[in-house]
Write a protein that binds this ligand. Structure first.
Ligand code: ATP
Ligand code: MG
Length: 407
């Protein structure tokens, strides 16, 4: 960025355009999220113009760093570094050619959008005028359908924006507009992806992790924290509730049939997660279960696992296959951490042959022999809460912060 050339980032947002009366709320939240995610890079003027945003850049702004941050803002359709010029065809031609001359191409097109209809020249005509300059100087051919490169011109407010490289946004709905859920987060591959999917639907997700320390290494918890750090990049703040689970596992293991272990652990997890959800005023729980992925993840077992829950248990991956899940995990950056070897709380206490069709009578009978209510109450009391913030990641362990009345 040199001389007096002015640059901005043109941002188009996605589904929020469809939200009718809620539109304003979503738009305001999206702007707040953009500012928040950029706050350690700089403060920017952001204008709204005809269903898009224009973020004004100062000369020294680091476009690469900004673009990396924007690529994780949920709710953006696409964004691009644009030159801001006067509403004057000669200025548009000059800026368009300046940008196109840095690219190599055999075919191109010019796409003009005139948001401000009082600009006197129709869009098609602007495209034709600018296109003929590019054609003459480059020798390339205009091609509307599948050109090598596109030059975009948007006429908004009192200027025109010229850009060539449109970067894809994450789409989805901006988080932070009110709805909350609690995700049961292990350090495996699935639950971070399940959580992420719900985050991209505009829901604020906080996390609960069950650990079996000191029987397992602290790695599962450490990795879970690293996963939350990554997921926080998509929603700016998160809380992680870390619940000691050993006492419950031991009680179940020593009393119940081994093949019912997994279902009984999960039911306890659900009850505890729901207690935390009440405190968080969350309206749903989330798990990473996927039908048939492992022997214990059958519909019959999911039914038994959901039974103690009053809140809906969302299983956003229930219909996904492992490849789809892994591909998202790689994209969002959780895969590497999720595949590090460690002992999970459940690998330690897991039966060799888990029941695939949990029978509710057997489940209830097994539970009646254990004082789960007080064990679960105790686990909640000993839960630690960790707080995460993005950009500035901050982790402050605080003990016994969950205060819930005994029911
Ligand atoms: P993941 O890849 O998410 O670990 P998984 O394929 O290993 O899932 P399970 O071990 O059967 O499947 O766990 C099913 C779901 O139960 C997980 O997706 C997660 O939501 C929850 N869960 C399992 N273990 C824990 C844990 N230690 N803490 C919190 N939630 C857990
Ligand atoms: Mg797992």
């Amino acid at each position: 960025m040199t001389g007096k050339t002015r640059f901005g980032i043109i941002i188009h947002y996605s589904e929020i355009g469809l939200k009718g009366n809620n539109r304003k709320i979503f738009e305001n939240q999206l702007i707040r999220n953009i500012r928040e995610v950029l706050k350690d890079i700089g403060r920017f003027r952001i204008d709204r113009a005809y269903g898009r945003y224009l973020l004004h850049l100062k000369e020294e702004a680091d476009w690469e760093a900004i673009s990396e941050r924007l690529s994780r803002v949920v709710g953006l359709a696409n964004f691009a570094l644009a030159e801001i010029v006067a509403q004057d065809v000669e200025a548009m031609k000059a800026a368009a050619w300046q940008q196109m001359s840095e690219l190599t191409f055999d075919t191109f097109r010019v796409v003009t959008r005139r948001a401000q209809k009082n600009f006197p020249i129709p869009s098609m005509e602007v495209s034709r005028l600018v296109g003929s300059v590019i054609g003459e100087r480059s020798g390339a051919r205009a091609e509307m359908k599948t050109p090598d490169v596109s030059c975009y011109i948007e006429i908004v407010d009192n200027f025109a924006l010229i850009y060539t490289r449109k970067l894809p946004g994450l789409r989805g709905l901006p988080p932070g507009t009110g709805e909350r859920a609690i995700s049961l987060l292990s350090s495996g591959i699935d639950s971070p992806v399940a959580s992420w999917k719900i985050i991209t639907r505009g829901v604020k997700v906080n996390f609960v992790h069950f650990h079996s320390m000191p029987y397992t290494s602290p790695a599962a918890l450490t990795n879970t924290k690293r996963l939350v750090e990554i997921l926080t990049k998509y929603q700016m703040t998160s809380r992680l509730y870390s619940v000691p689970f050993v006492a419950i596992q031991q009680a179940i293991m020593t009393t119940a049939r081994p093949e019912y272990g997994v279902v009984l652990y999960r039911r306890s997890m659900i009850r505890i997660a729901e207690t935390i959800a009440r405190k968080e005023r969350a309206n749903a729980l989330i798990t990473g279960e996927s039908i048939g992925q492992v022997a214990s993840q059958t519909l019959a077992n999911m039914r038994a696992i959901s039974e103690p829950a009053n809140l809906p248990v969302l299983r956003p991956l229930s219909g996904s296959n492992k490849e789809e899940i892994i591909s998202i995990a790689r994209e969002i950056g959780t895969f590497e951490i999720s595949t590090e070897p460690y002992e999970d709380c459940c690998t330690l206490f897991i039966p060799r042959h888990p029941e695939t069709r949990a029978n509710l009578e057997i489940v209830h009978e097994a539970e009646s022999k254990i004082d789960l209510e007080s064990l679960e109450y105790q686990a909640v009391r000993e839960t630690e809460v960790l707080r995460f913030k993005y950009p500035a990641v901050e982790e402050k362990p605080r003990k016994t912060t969950v205060h819930v009345p005994k029911q």
